[in-house]
Design a protein around this ligand. Structure first.
Ligand code: COA
Length: 159
């Protein structure tokens, strides 16, 4: 397994695997994100085949501080529950720390996404807010709206 900042045809790979990656962005949103100057993404490769991805962007950066938002993290279904989600988050932290800056990482998760929430909590992300009924209908129960939980973690905090 190895990480790569880019893969060939990254946009097509994400679009083709959109359902498996459980990313609900449309083609345009994916394309726009990949072209944004502040976007930061990387892929987990198994035998040169992408099996996981971290999609994010820098919200703010100056000489001493950077604020980063994880927009999506995913591992293809057949590779889940083997510690790869954790590996991807640890790689992100390693890369962000290497800048020597004080880093704050933000993300949001649907309150029903138990595995994702478990993973974030294990890695020290703290829930700091909740948005009631933030996400659209739950496909299993179309009448329900899901709450979003907002998480944050500080790296290299100097204060
Ligand atoms: C969230 C996601 C990236 C986690 O990836 P993963 O490789 O399965 O994560 P890990 O194997 O590192 O497991 C993280 C924790 O969740 C638990 N977990 C994951 N899948 C599980 C399953 N099917 N059954 C029970 N526990 C599970 C693991 O046990 C682990 O806890 P542990 O250390 O106590 O064992 C993956 O489930 C995924 O791609 N989901 C779809 C996309 C998504 O929802 N992304 C999050 C958006 S906020």
């Amino acid at each position: 397994m190895k990480f790569s900042a880019n893969i060939e045809n990254s946009q097509s790979w994400i679009i083709e695997n959109r359902d498996y990656l459980e990313i609900n962005w449309n083609d345009q949103a994916i394309s726009e994100h990949l072209q944004k100057e502040n976007s930061f993404n990387f892929y987990l490769l198994d035998d040169d085949h992408p099996i996981g991805v971290l999609i994010g962007h820098f919200l703010y950066q100056d000489q001493n501080v950077s604020e980063f938002e994880i927009l999506h993290i995913a591992v293809l279904p057949e590779f889940r529950n083997q510690g790869l989600g954790r590996m991807i988050l640890e790689e992100l932290e390693k890369q962000l720390k290497s800048t020597g800056k004080s880093v704050k990482i933000f993300l949001e998760a649907s309150a029903i996404n138990k595995f994702a929430i478990k993973l974030y909590e294990k890695l020290g992300y703290k829930a700091y807010n909740e948005r009631k009924n933030y996400y659209g209908s739950n496909p299993i129960n179309p009448s329900s709206l899901q709450d979003a939980i907002l998480f944050a973690k500080n790296l290299n905090a100097r204060t």
